[in-house]
Design a binder for this molecule. Structure first.
Ligand SMILES: Cc1cc2nc3c(=O)[nH]c(=O)nc-3n(C[C@H](O)[C@H](O)[C@H](O)COP(=O)(O)O)c2cc1C
Ligand code: SF4
Length: 585
């Protein structure tokens, strides 16, 4: 039985898909397989090996037939206030975390946020999300695995993912009729459509807030014959899951936006880069694309326009947060490790395969489709001067109604906290770990590019939450996700992680706080890409807003950060003896 092949990988032409298919069949990618794939793809073996090594969802040693990854996010993570759910399952199935059980049946590990933060503690089993975990469900999972029940025969309701849509505004109120926006754009002409988007003031919803029409215009006029439209559905920022919802419920509007962009810039190929954690949505998205082809909304002569042909492929990632950075994403699309490029040149002139490329977020394309249909005034009817329209938020953490909320820009944070029934809020992390940590003094501020900007997530921490544990979680996340290309980020994020571990373990003094500040500034200012620039944000904010969180764990006097006794524990076990002189007092 090979459960990993229970769901499809039908685009083997892409290297990532080919590697995925290999892993489905053999539960790992062996050196022989890498050689074979290198021959098939006319690539050096070293490139295939570097891709396998780069992405955390590929393995060079066999994983279990039931391969389980618990999300270690602060919202959908396995550590509940009462239980360590991963440890429970490991104990029941006699698995060591991170290792495959000797009989090859099960492997259990952890992974970065899987985008199920509004669904309770969650895991991926053979790539399929299983939300709402609790001790009872853990017992049931252990029982099913022990009895070797195929995942496809597990109760379907275990896998159900609720929408949790609580607040709609411009984009989520109604479904866009397939073809309506494309038809309007083609009828009005691409120049008029671009002007409409420019006048709407639409800015990218993926985080940086770059002006969308300017991006499209730069790509449209860039030298080159072939242009590409790429949708960034990597959504790896912990606490963010709005694109998951949009892909599931509003895929038509997304593909409509990509098609309009293609018409404007003159592209005939689009690619949706879907994060590996959302692979379970692949069949649904393929179905929507297929339906659109039948409606002549994709393919040749779209809506009868002889000169307009465009189609969309889906490429599924393999567990690397950095691939959300647009140039790393393009590298990944090209079948390489996702290492950010040196910019400039920017993707609008030198993107996919060196050609002019527009990369936009899922929500940006959906907004563009609606603007093409309903006009710029409709879009600008809400929002603020520099931030027109609405923002779709993923809200999770300590509130009664975690889920999806769409608000006009300019909405007060306090208002949002009341809507989701958050009480006793100590802090909110806006825009995920790379964003901004705020406390109650900021709750009267508003969401907007000119005030508190967010790529789409609000992580709420109530009074009960230990903020040091949150910082530690974020520091571990960045150290794990750093691509390793540049030293300030590769080494700096590891050092920050270690510093926070030391504070939590009571092995730091006030001098370490100074070191943390210097280190944070160094990483922020000397790293190559946005991951490094933002990795220390939460610590800088935390030290400013909640210094006591760090200080209360400090030692007054010098304490060795290196625990010699612990380091020697193994050796002492092998050669028992007690030489008092080697111990520190
Ligand atoms: C480390 C890192 C991760 C990112 N992840 C995402 C992501 O998951 N989705 C996204 O749309 N943009 C992400 N971005 C921003 C993209 O680089 C890019 O700005 C965005 O896709 C452009 O689309 P927009 O203009 O529609 O926002 C990330 C940036 C960095 C530095
Ligand atoms: S800043 Fe970090 S993620 Fe970005 S290139 Fe450097 S090592 Fe890689």
């Amino acid at each position: 039985m090979n459960i990993l092949s229970d769901y499809p990988s039908d685009s083997p032409e892409h290297l990532l898909h080919r590697l995925y298919a290999e892993q489905c069949q053999f539960l790992h990618i062996s050196p022989q397989a890498m050689q074979q794939i290198a021959v098939e793809y006319h690539l050096p073996v070293s490139q295939v090996a570097s891709v396998v090594a780069f992405y955390s969802f590929f393995h060079t040693k066999p994983c279990g037939r039931y391969h389980i990854l618990f999300s270690n996010c602060t919202s959908c993570g396995y550590l509940t206030p009462e239980h360590n759910l991963m440890q429970m399952l490991c104990e029941q199935l006699q698995v060591i975390p991170g290792k495959t059980r000797q009989d090859g049946a099960v492997s259990i590990g952890e992974t970065s946020c899987i985008g199920m933060c509004d669904q309770g503690p969650s895991l991926l089993i053979n790539g399929i999300p299983l939300p709402r975990l609790n001790p009872e469900r853990i017992n049931q999972i252990a029982h099913h695995i022990a009895s070797e029940v195929p995942v496809s025969e597990w109760p379907q309701n275990w896998f159900a993912i609720s929408d949790n849509l609580y607040q709609r505004s411009l984009l989520l109120t109604e479904q866009l009729m397939p073809g309506s926006a494309v038809q309007m754009a083609l009828m009005q002409g691409t120049e008029a459509t671009l002007r409409k988007i420019l006048q709407s003031g639409l800015r990218g919803r993926g985080g940086a807030g770059f002006n969308t029409a300017q991006k499209w215009q730069s790509c449209r006029t860039a030298p080159g014959n072939t242009r590409y439209v790429v949708c960034n559905a990597d959504e790896g920022e912990p606490g963010t899951f709005k694109d998951r919802f949009l892909l599931q419920r509003y895929a038509d509007a997304l593909f409509e936006g990509m098609t309009i962009c293609a018409a404007v810039i003159g592209a005939s190929k689009g690619i949706l880069y879907l994060r590996g954690e959302y692979r379970y949505m692949y069949p649904h998205l393929v179905e929507v694309l297929e339906r659109r082809r039948k409606l002549n909304l994709l393919g040749q002569r779209i809506l009868g326009q002889t000169a307009f042909q465009f189609d969309i492929d889906i490429v599924v990632g393999a567990g690397a947060y950095i691939c959300g950075e647009e140039s790393a994403l393009i590298e990944s699309l090209e079948g390489k490790p996702g290492i950010p490029r040196i910019r400039p040149p920017f993707p609008v002139t030198h993107g996919y395969l060196g050609q002019p490329t527009v990369v936009n977020n899922v929500e940006t394309f959906i907004a563009a489709a609606w603007i093409a249909l309903k006009g710029n005034s409709w879009f600008k009817s809400v929002g603020t001067k520099q931030s027109s329209g609405t923002k779709i938020l993923s809200i999770s953490g300590d509130c009664e109604f975690p889920g999806i909320y769409e608000y006009p820009f300019g909405t007060r944070i306090q208002h949002i906290l009341e809507d989701c029934h958050a009480q006793n809020v100590q802090a909110v992390q806006m825009g995920g770990p790379s964003g901004k940590l705020i406390n109650a003094r900021d709750f009267d501020r508003v969401i907007s590019f000119e005030d508190i900007s967010t790529g789409g997530s609000m992580l709420i921490f109530g009074a009960r939450h230990n903020l040091l544990a949150i910082h530690r979680n974020f520091a571990h996340f960045f150290a794990h996700e750093s691509c390793g290309f540049c030293t300030p980020c590769r080494v700096g994020t590891q050092l920050l992680k270690k510093q926070l571990d030391n504070i939590a373990n009571g092995r730091s003094t006030i001098r370490d706080i100074e070191e943390i500040k210097q280190l944070s500034s160094l990483i922020q200012h000397n790293s190559h890409c946005g991951l490094g620039h933002t990795a220390a944000n939460h610590i800088i904010d935390g030290l400013q807003l909640f210094p006591q969180v760090f200080e209360q764990n400090l030692q007054q006097d010098f304490t060795a950060q290196f625990d010699l006794d612990q380091a020697l524990a193994n050796a002492e076990h092998i050669a028992p003896g007690d030489n008092a002189a080697i111990h520190l007092d």
